[in-house]
Design a protein. Structure first.
Length: 402
């Protein structure tokens, strides 16, 4: 007998028919003699709809109340799935995040899981029940409901798998696995048989939303093998694990992130310490920056540009306001009309010319590059948002179709 954690995303439980489809997958796993813990997300676009409803009432509502609102989405789907499983004649119980033992930080809307204490889940499994857990949510030490950030149910599933030493953690979604690019953008994208944690982490961080990056980080930390597969098509998915066979491939995928902003601080004195002061203002506000570019100094001044998440742009402007005033930099320019396209692959470490090939694909497609960043297993470029999908296809074709 094994302990299996299965996670189903919003589209997998979007309507009654889909809920029964999931109930079928879960009960078939149970019938094979396994203990089954199921993590579900809110149905379809429920989370977006709840956020919109909240904004209608008060766009400046506290994060605590926003968490209280969106956590309701998962409460609906766990109950519906449990009802479907009851109807099929199986013993089942649904649990909210706090009932399942999810203890988190108190950073509302972006809480981190501190601990999962799965005593209640264990008790229910001992009674031979299928356990359905609400993803995305937990409880702070002040006994307030928290949520983990968008896409957080993946992390809920991996956290349970780690806390309970599960034998298998399956992430069911609406595509058949992890592909060389988003299969909705690139029709000839290929399904990967396996991918390493490090590559998957980069892909997820660079915008491949098929897995939440924190879930991959946690899977790597606790060495939990993940299987990403479709809830609608019965086919083997993609295995995410420490070492993968795919390492011989030059790159394992192309990712797109359109939720980015580019910020340029113009006319900074060209002297030591100014970059430090600028970025310490940002880190004090927990703002992550990604690509950083500094211009060559001219007439005693320089410009520094960087990218950050688009939804942090207001925070950036607020954090840098007095920097501009005190230091006498000229101005801050910003744009959200940009997209970041990245290629990821462990193979590029030992191969020259990978970045060149990417740039050539963009040149062939006449797409202008605005910023570039590289790491050991990744190359990212910033381009105009309108070119994003075309760039993904052009780069993908260059690496996978030639
Ligand atoms: P869920 O609701 O199951 O959590 P998501 O919408 O969060 O599903 O993630 C699945 C989606 O991720 C797919 O529908 C696909 O469009 C997108 N995606 C982006 N990049 C990739 C990739 N490299 N491989 C597979 N899917 C990808
Ligand atoms: N329902 C949440 C969201 O839409 C969590 C998830 O789907 O993983 O972000
Ligand atoms: Mg998701």
């Amino acid at each position: 007998m094994s302990l299996i954690v299965q996670k189903f995303g919003g589209s997998s439980v979007a309507n009654a028919e889909r809920v029964f489809n999931v109930a079928g997958i879960v009960t078939r796993t149970y019938d094979k003699g396994n203990d089954v813990v199921v993590v579900v997300s809110a149905q379809g676009d429920t989370t977006d709809d709840l956020i919109a409803k909240g904004n209608e009432i008060n766009p400046n509502a506290s994060k605590r109340e926003r968490d209280m609102l969106v956590a309701a989405g998962e409460q609906v789907s766990i109950a519906l799935l449990a009802m479907a499983i009851e109807k099929l004649g199986y013993p089942v119980v649904s649990l909210l995040g706090w009932q399942a033992g999810f203890q988190t930080s108190s950073a509302h809307t972006a809480a981190r899981i501190r601990r999962v204490v799965p005593s209640r889940i264990r008790k229910e499994l001992d009674k031979k029940r299928i356990v359905i857990v609400a993803g995305f949510q937990g409880l702070s030490r002040y006994d307030d409901i928290t949520t983990l950030g968008r896409g957080g149910s993946d992390t809920s599933a991996v956290a349970i798998a780690a806390a309970m030493h599960a034998d298998l953690c399956q992430i069911y979604t609406d595509v058949e696995g992890v592909y060389t690019a988003d299969p909705r953008i690139v029709k000839n994208a290929k399904k990967l048989e396996s991918i390493s944690y490090d590559e998957m982490l980069e892909l997820a961080t660079m915008g491949a939303q098929v897995l939440n990056n924190r879930s991959v980080e946690m899977a790597k930390k606790y060495n939990i093998e993940l299987e990403v597969l479709s809830s609608l098509v019965d086919a083997p998915g993609t295995i995410v694990k420490e070492k993968s066979k795919m390492e011989k491939m030059l790159i394992s995928g192309v990712a797109k992130d359109t939720d980015v902003a580019r910020v340029s601080v113009i006319g900074i004195p060209d002297e030591p310490g100014f970059a430090f002061k600028l970025f310490s203002k940002l880190s004090a506000k927990n703002i992550n920056v990604d690509i950083i570019l500094q211009s060559i100094g001219r007439d005693g001044t320089k410009d520094i540009s960087f990218t950050c998440a688009a939804d942090r742009l207001d925070d950036v402007n607020a954090a840098l306001k007095d920097y501009i005033e005190n230091i006498g930099a000229k101005e801050i320019l910003s744009s959200t009309d940009v997209a970041k396209i990245s290629i990821v692959g462990a193979g590029m470490e030992s191969h020259a010319g990978v970045a060149t090939k990417m740039f050539e694909a963009l040149y062939d497609a006449q797409i202008n590059i605005r910023m570039i960043a590289t790491s050991e297993i990744k190359v990212s470029v910033l381009i105009n948002k309108k070119d994003a999908d075309r760039a993904v296809s052009a780069i993908h074709d260059k690496f996978f179709e030639q």
